[in-house]
Design a protein around this ligand. Sequence first.
Ligand SMILES: [Zn+2]
Length: 64
Amino acid sequence: MAEPPKPEKVELCVFCRRHAAEPAWRPFCSERCRLQDLARWADESYRVPAEAADQAEKVTDPDG
Ligand SMILES: [Zn+2]
């Protein structure tokens, strides 16, 4: 009736999903994956607001 020991849960890198996450870079496996993930997000989140803000300013018509 003894339950088998639970295998240690390995937290996989959220970016590459291939390597175990390192405590120093959680939830990533390495600085490389962390930077790549951040860069990806930054690239996506930078564009939209930047363009929207730029257009929003130009939309305001001084002549009303
Ligand atoms: Zn990784």
